[in-house]
Ligand binder design. Structure first.
Ligand code: AMP
Ligand code: GLY
Length: 421
């Protein structure tokens, strides 16, 4: 088989790495890919949003399976375009990807189908939004409706901050069209767990759980980032929680999307909060999470291509998905200054020192190859991942590997996986 993976980050490196293990696969392309991915796949310089070029490339190269990994092209209809061109595509169509593309849509869906989430209201004008905030309590949560590179959520501590956020989004167009509509919702508290699930629109098969670390610095301080590290499994997500989620959240969501005429086929990501009054949905993503994928797929025993084909053919109920009884930890090594301002082009050394260790996999998020050497090429540079029999051992292994890898101004958190909540 010939497979095309669309995207360029650590998540895509992980998907390519897993697909490369399938005996069915002869050739992998990645558009546009990155330095690390180029060791496993032929990288082709096509923008992830360019549906015309992407479908033309897929047709010319007789691609048997195209995997659309990032949110933007999914919400924009990349899977629809590939399918219309006769290419088998893994990833939801635009009418289902809206579950991530519009928070107003996903909140209405949850309300209509009684799926537990924070109470909310939707506004398209600032005056009524501010009136509503004046009557509420703080902190309050203000979210841009559309995709905003993970920056569209403001936790306002008081009315002044809330007013600022509303004006910025609605009146000043801070997130463009994405913020012209805002969701204001109640602030919930509790630990967060990510559960990614395969679904073919009828059956849902959750993957092993994971937890992300969104803040830039140790002890959850500093700015929000795309994710500074992950671990799997979550210590909090036991069988009882998994059963609760299947009954109250996962299956109801799949049924709701089907009932709305928007069957969701692909990976649905459930961002969950464990509150005192049960598990609630914080967000849905229409795709594999990044960097959750880096700790989830290394624990998957089953051939990923078999699962993806079963999803496309709507026979996910027929396939047994098996997981290793182990743990994985991913420590993100980022460029100094990330998530604000950072330099690119620094040489990365030490990768060969961890290459022979089968329990360490270095997923590249933002690297390029220059004169035959890897250089930094993004905010998040590497996801240094370790697998071991338990979390404590995986943490130790991951940090031993991180200590061997160097680039100028490298920044990483020292506490990935240690939180016991
Ligand atoms: P989202 O982009 O929806 O995942 O939101 C980003 C982060 O904001 C989440 O991971 C939470 O940590 C936080 N957040 C979002 N909604 C709420 C809420 N209703 N209450 C408390 N924190 C929230
Ligand atoms: N790790 C959060 C996300 O993928 O959106």
């Amino acid at each position: 088989m010939k497979v095309l993976v669309i995207g360029s980050g650590g998540r895509e490196h992980t998907i390519v790495w897993k697909i490369a293990q399938s005996p069915k696969v002869d050739k992998i392309y990645c558009a546009p890919g990155n330095g690390g991915i180029s060791e496993l796949a032929e990288c082709v310089d096509i923008n992830v949003m360019d549906k015309e070029k992407m479908t033309a490339f897929a047709k010319e190269n007789s691609i048997d399976l195209a995997v659309v990994a990032p949110d933007d092209p999914l919400v924009d209809g990349m899977a629809d375009a590939l399918e219309a061109a006769g290419i088998r595509a893994f990833g939801p169509k635009a009418n289902a990807a809206i579950i991530e593309g519009s928070k107003a849509f996903s909140k209405e869906l949850m309300k209509k189908y009684n799926i537990p989430t924070a109470n909310y209201e939707v506004f398209t004008e600032s005056a009524p939004a501010i009136e509503y905030l004046k009557k509420g309590t703080f902190p309050a949560v203000i979210k841009a409706d559309g995709l905003a590179l993970g920056k569209g959520v403001i936790i306002a501590q008081n009315l002044a901050e809330a007013e600022d956020a509303v004006h910025e989004m609605i009146d000043n167009g801070k997130f463009g069209k994405s913020g012209s509509r805002v969701v204001i919702e109640d602030y919930l508290t509790g630990p967060e767990v990510s559960v990614l699930a395969f679904t073919d629109g009828k059956t849902v098969k959750p993957m092993v759980s994971a937890q992300d670390h969104k803040r830039a610095y140790d002890n959850d301080e500093g700015l929000n980032t795309g994710g500074m590290g992950t671990f799997s499994p979550s210590r909090l997500y036991d069988k009882a929680k998994a059963d609760e989620c299947m009954e109250n959240i996962f299956m109801p969501t799949i049924k709701a999307m089907a009932a709305e005429g928007r069957p969701f086929k692909g990976v649905l990501y459930f961002g969950l909060m464990m509150t005192d009054s049960g598990v609630k949905v914080i967000e849905y993503n229409c795709r594999f999470g990044d960097p959750e994928t880096q700790v989830v797929l290394p624990r998957l025993k089953t051939d990923l291509v078999d699962i993806m084909e079963a999803v496309i053919d709507e026979r996910l109920d027929e396939i047994d998905i098996e997981w290793e009884d182990n743990a994985a930890v991913c420590v993100v090594m980022a460029s100094g200054g990330y998530p604000v301002k950072y330099e690119k082009g620094y040489e990365i050394s030490g990768l060969d020192d961890v290459r022979d260790d089968n329990d360490i996999i270095v997923f590249h998020a933002g690297t390029a190859v220059k004169d035959g050497r890897f250089v930094t090429n993004g905010g998040r540079v590497l996801g240094v991942t370790a697998v071991a029999e338990n979390l404590d051992k995986a943490i130790e292994k991951a940090y031993t590997a991180v200590d061997k890898i160097h680039f100028k101004d490298a920044h990483f958190r020292h506490d990935i996986g240690i939180k016991k909540y």
